[in-house]
Each structure stands twice: as structure tokens, then as C-alpha cells.
Design a protein around this ligand. Sequence first.
Ligand SMILES: [Zn+2]
Length: 73
Amino acid sequence: MQTITCDVCRKKVEDPFTNRTLFYYAQYSVCEACKDNLENQMKTTVRGKEPFSYDWYGKLVGDSLSKSVSRGR
Ligand SMILES: [Zn+2]
């Protein structure tokens, strides 16, 4: 059995199913709860961004995640 630890909350995810119970962003592995959190945090920022660009989005995700990882949630 494979166990991956979420980089944000340090919770263990057993038998991770990519994009269902475990999500990969940049260099981080993120559990479902933390992914929802992250998306909620970014929602307002993303909504106001015009034009939308994936490079920008990728950077935003990386920045938000490194903040979450250093906060531990
Ligand atoms: Zn997590």
C-alpha cells in the first residue's frame, strides 16, 4: 500500500488516487481538503484576473501553496 503525506496539513493519504484524493501542484502533494482550501483562497484573486493566463495561475498556485506549507494548513 502506498501512503503519501500531504505537504500542507501533513495528513497521510493512503492509496492516493491522483486528481481524486490527491492532487499535485508544482512540487507539492496536496490532499483533497487542502486543495479545496487552496481553491477557495484563490477564487477571488482568479475571478479578478483578466486576461487569464495559465503561467500566471501556475505561479499563483505555487505562491499560495508555499505560504500554506509554511503555515502548516
Ligand atoms: Zn492536506
